[in-house]
Write a new protein. Structure first.
Ligand code: SF4
Ligand code: SF4
Length: 439
């Protein structure tokens, strides 16, 4: 049978062997904790504590600043040291709550629930109150995603278990070590959509997860496991919707317009914690990996911990990294400073001894067409990059520049090493900013 897949894409070396076979390890934070108020799409959270307040693990320290926003919770006990701008992974300074960790880890108590006894409104409210956001990188508040205008038109809830980005193995470990939470979380989401089927969409390079989850949902009428062809960017929203349902969306549509809701593994587990256990979002799994790290592995990290401490937990650097990336090599951010906090959307810390890309000088385009072939967005990257270099926003939009999902495939395959994604990405940013300005 043909494997489920999409147009374009690439097969980069996956580097997953470095960390995939080591079990998740919980880290006990020692130092101060930093909680940026903007770690999600939408309005920044608003502090509900002030300097000098003592807080407990699991206590709300900032409330949602609007409907599209999310509250933030302390992940240690201690004293609020300051509320001030701190640097985050993007290099920006963002207002943050700083907690002096007292290392006592005193915790509030949580109220567990029986999801079967809750109505739809109560489920969404628990998810909202727990501060759950898309943890695959986007950071879009999950309660908003789970509140489409016409919920009866949602036909598929897709658990994005592809984890197609090279080096990342956090979803893999979560699927192997806590598969029941993933299935229970998906069942909770399905309770919101009476006409939907659940799909656990897993790339076929994870046969153990396919077998394990397949066994768990054997008797679940509303959930199936679908094996996807291993290809980057299989886990991008549009690509996974197309591969699993055959439906297409473009940049002006939401997944809900195609009858779909897509959530990643960690997000669905966070929904489980929020609804079943009544626990707010306080932890995530982070892959700390790369050839510059002594002991690459996956950590169960309390949000707010410093990146430098994660490297220490992984045994430190065995050689000086030339490049450190927050996220994976295809879509992550190069870091210039390791003193940044782990946020709700931080999936990985990749430390490489050689920065192969920066060692190569871009040359002229040789019109080979490889970027066009690899592009899952069905655009012409070489043309868009030239338009972007000329800052021609109108031509960029007319040539479907907004259909780019910033996957990086075009730059990856370009023999002339042209920085296609970089140019296209910055033009997209400009167009989006202009649209926002014009209302
Ligand atoms: S143009 Fe965009 S969508 Fe197409 S390959 Fe490049 S980064 Fe990916
Ligand atoms: S892959 Fe590079 S060299 Fe080939 S057409 Fe695209 S931009 Fe030009």
């Amino acid at each position: 049978m043909a494997k489920l897949t999409f147009h374009g894409g690439v097969h980069p070396w996956d580097g997953k062997a470095l960390s995939k076979d080591k079990p998740m390890k919980a880290i006990v934070p020692q130092g101060e904790m930093v909680y940026p108020l903007s770690q999600h799409i939408g309005a920044p959270a608003v502090p509900v504590v002030k300097k000098g307040d003592r807080v407990l693990t699991g206590q709300k320290i900032a409330e949602a600043g609007g409907f599209v926003s999310a509250p933030i919770y302390a992940t240690v006990s201690g004293t609020v040291k300051a509320i001030e701008p701190r640097r985050v992974v993007t290099g920006d300074m963002v207002n943050a709550i700083i907690i002096d960790n007292d290392r006592l880890f005193e915790e509030v108590s949580y109220t567990p629930n029986d999801p079967e006894a809750l109505d739809k409104k109560e489920i969404v409210e628990l998810i909202k109150e727990a501060g759950v956001v898309g943890m695959g990188g986007a950071g879009f508040p999950t309660h908003v995603k789970l509140s489409p205008k016409e919920p009866e038109k949602i036909e598929y809830v897709i658990a994005n278990c592809a984890e197609c980005e090279p080096y990342l193995t956090s979803d893999y470990r979560r699927m192997l070590e806590e598969p029941e939470k993933l299935v229970e979380g998906l069942k909770i989401i399905l309770r919101l959509f009476d006409n939907a089927q659940g799909i656990l969409a897993i790339e076929d390079n994870k046969p153990d997860c396919i077998a394990l989850l397949g066994g768990l949902v054997e008797n679940e009428e509303r959930i199936t496991v679908k094996a996807l062809k291993t290809k980057y960017p299989q886990g991008a929203e549009r690509q996974i919707i197309y591969a699993t349902t055959g439906r297409e969306i473009n940049s002006s549509m939401l997944p809900a317009d195609a009858g779909c809701v897509v959530d990643n593994v960690d997000t669905i587990v966070a929904v489980y914690h929020a609804v079943k256990e009544g626990r707010p979002l306080m932890n995530r799994i982070v892959t700390v990996t790369g050839d510059a790290v002594r002991d690459p592995r996956n950590f169960y990290v309390r949000i707010g911990m410093n990146y430098r401490d994660l490297i220490e937990e992984a045994g430190g650097f065995k050689s000086e990294p030339e490049k450190v990336v927050s996220g994976g090599p295809m879509m992550g951010f190069a870091l210039f400073d390791l003193d940044v906090p782990t946020t709700k959307t931080a999936s990985a810390l990749l430390c490489m001894t050689r920065d192969e890309v920066s060692m190569m000088e871009p040359g002229p385009c040789i019109n080979c067409g490889r970027c066009v072939e690899a592009c899952p967005g069905r655009v012409v990257p070489r043309r868009l990059a030239v338009i972007a270099e000329h800052h021609d926003a109108e031509a960029f939009v007319a040539n479907d520049g907004m259909e780019c999902c910033e996957c990086g495939c075009c730059s990856y395959v370009c023999p002339a090493k042209r920085q296609l994604t970089q140019s296209i990405k910055s033009m997209r940013k400009t167009v989006l900013a202009n649209r926002k300005k014009q209302g």
